[in-house]
Design a protein. Structure first.
Length: 332
């Protein structure tokens, strides 16, 4: 049997001063020693840079411990980070910038999630990898690619300890977001650890007087040996191959032997074989699923696969004063 590819969830982060231009703030960080950027630069057309860059290089915030199982500290680039330690010894890490979970290690196991080696931790772009989200737009559309929620700071608004420690992050409108999506909303993301599981719940509340709709996903990167990947649970579903621009029906399980960018409709729970780990991907409130691999367009394509819960085909509609929520549960 061929030995599994050894994977690493290490990321390269370098801090540098930022330069202001008419297009916003652009990072001037030197290139990392190992990259995983798209080879075709045009692939990221339309991706806006964030509105504010971090300058916190001279000092670090004091670590504050919440109830012994949730800690607010600083991570790479001196960005605020929250560490959750489960009763079973599992550990998750989440950055408030982008509201993204970058690591989840079940007890005695390797990291289930993957952060790309070209990920930036200077707010010049979304953190590439982990469990980020696309909101209020999935994919290309009238606003920037994958929306703005992964480009801005979320606020830590709640923590719990005990058998199922958790954290809650909240995002509210800003001048930056209103320029793209002028809706009166509040979004919360709750991350919970329990025995062998990580649960992520996205809730969107409509605080305005008119209905609004959106598309979204948890754009989850899983550490994997791409040649051994198998995605189950999508057999027989109607699907769209977005690369071939073709609709069809999925037949059997999914393996990866080339670039993949496909949406599967009316999906439910899924399974993922990574080559070393079996992962169950539970879905509640989501209507669709996405499988993505850039293949050789990224140098690190052999080390990860994206399997996502999403709402794509029919936008989620939130009535005035109402709310919408969806949950992803990972078990490994």
């Amino acid at each position: 049997m061929q030995k599994s590819v050894v994977r690493s969830n290490k990321v390269v982060a370098s801090q540098a001063s930022t330069a202001v231009s008419k297009q916003g703030l652009r990072a001037a960080a030197p290139a990392p020693s190992k990259t995983c950027a798209f080879k075709p630069v045009s692939s990221f057309k339309g991706q806006a840079v964030v509105a504010k860059a971090s300058r916190a290089t001279a000092s670090r915030r004091d670590m504050r411990v919440y109830a012994g199982s949730v800690e607010e500290t600083t991570g790479l680039g001196d960005l605020p980070m929250v560490k959750i330690t489960g009763d079973d010894g599992s550990v998750a890490e989440a950055y408030l910038f982008g509201g993204v979970v970058t690591s989840w290690k079940p007890k005695g196991g390797d990291d289930v999630l993957y952060v790309r080696p070209d990920a930036k931790f200077d707010k010049s772009k979304p953190i590439s990898g982990g469990l980020p989200h696309c909101f209020p737009q999935f994919g290309p559309g009238p606003i920037q690619v994958h929306g703005f929620a992964r480009n801005v700071d979320w606020e830590l608004t709640g923590t719990t300890d005990g058998a199922e420690p958790s954290m809650e992050m909240t995002l509210s409108p800003s001048e930056y977001s209103k320029a793209m999506w002028d809706k009166d909303f509040k979004a919360t993301q709750t991350i919970t650890l329990s025995e062998g599981k990580l649960t992520a719940t996205l809730k969107v509340m409509n605080l305005g007087s008119e209905d609004f709709d959106f598309t979204a996903s948890f754009h989850t990167y899983f550490a994997a040996d791409i040649e051994k990947v198998k995605v189950t649970g999508l057999d027989g579903l109607k699907m769209t191959d977005r690369l071939a621009e073709k609709d069809s029906t999925q037949e059997g399980d999914i393996s990866i032997s080339g670039p993949v960018d496909s949406v599967y409709y009316a999906s439910g729970d899924m399974g993922l074989e990574t080559g070393s780990t079996s992962v169950s991907i539970g879905s509640s409130g989501w209507t669709d699923a996405v499988v993505w691999s850039p293949w050789t367009d990224m140098d690190c394509y052999k080390e990860f696969v994206c399997v996502e819960n999403a709402v794509v085909e029919s936008p989620a509609v939130v009535p005035a004063g109402g709310e919408w929520s969806a949950t992803t549960t990972l078990s490994a």
